[in-house]
Design a protein around this ligand. Structure first.
Ligand code: ZN
Length: 92
């Protein structure tokens, strides 16, 4: 697993004080434009040039949620915190 330690970077969604970015596959160093997930709340984000995570745009979020791998990771994070998550297909 490759890890980068950017400056403290509060999650855009839950304000958790995230301070590390890791590639879960262990294949790549984290890179700008990659999808990130907050380990506290599971919110998806986009890595910036400084390895901080920003809120995705609506179009980016639609693309992110098409990934089964991302949806599984979001569910795993939610379950690890004892929360239940349901991700189903929308109507439109
Ligand atoms: Zn969060």
């Amino acid at each position: 697993m490759r890890t980068t330690y950017p400056l403290p970077n509060p999650c855009w969604h839950c304000n958790a004080p995230n301070d590390a970015v890791s590639d879960l596959t262990g294949e790549k160093k984290p890179y700008p434009g990659a999808i990130s997930l907050c380990v506290e709340c599971g919110a998806p984000g986009i890595l910036t040039e400084t390895m901080t995570s920003r809120e995705p745009t609506d179009d980016e979020l639609k693309d992110i949620l098409r990934s089964q791998q991302v949806r599984r990771m979001m569910a795993a994070i939610a379950l690890s915190h004892g929360r239940v998550v349901f991700i189903g297909k929308g109507k439109g």
